[in-house]
Design a protein around this ligand. Structure first.
Ligand code: 4NP
Length: 169
């Protein structure tokens, strides 16, 4: 490291992925993005977490179907579900909503304009699936619903990561 290279001293960017139950989409987003970050040697630049707007699954592992589909693509999902809390809006730099209902609920919770500005839609970063501007809830779907979530997340996480890296420069 040169004298002028302070990349290791910068605080990591904190990104929170949010869905409804925090057992399907957002823990999968966290796992997919973390794998991309690790592969690129960027682990000290980011801190990732996920949460749900609904707290009914708090403490649970991700849904077994989500874990099973994710593991076939090499992602081990170990997050424990938790409900989003007010302090998350202070603690995190970016809060990524999976769908419009999540975004609306997050928007209601934001205490200030600056907190509200932290909320982004995951769909904004989907580039390869023109029919989707959100990540659909797979909970009542079959295997194809879970595969679609992973396809959308592999696409959007890549684009989101590039966008965040640009902002960090
Ligand atoms: P997620 O999926 O929001 O992607 O974690 C769901 C999980 C649980 C429920 C709905 C969606 N639920 O109704 O319990």
């Amino acid at each position: 490291m040169t004298k002028h290279d302070n990349s290791n001293q910068k605080k990591p960017m904190k990104v929170l992925f949010v869905c409804l139950g925090n057992i399907c989409r957002s823990p999968a987003a966290q796992g997919v993005m973390q794998a991309m970050i690790d592969r690129r040697g960027l682990s000290d630049r980011f801190y990732l977490d996920s949460a749900g707007t609904y707290g009914g699954h708090a403490g649970d592992m991700p849904d077994y179907r989500m874990r099973s589909h994710a593991s076939k693509r090499g992602y081990m999902l170990t997050h424990r579900s938790r409900q989003i809390k007010g302090s998350d809006f202070e603690d995190f730099d970016v809060i990524v909503a999976m769908d419009e209902s999540n975004r609306r609920n997050l928007s209601r919770m934001a205490a200030t304009v600056d907190e509200e500005r932290k909320i982004v839609m995951m769909g904004r970063y989907i580039t390869k699936f023109p029919n989707y501007d959100y990540v659909p809830d797979p909970y009542y779907e079959g295997a194809e619903g879970f595969e679609l979530v992973l396809d959308l997340l592999e696409d959007s996480c890549e684009v989101l990561l590039e966008s965040l890296l640009k902002q960090m420069k």
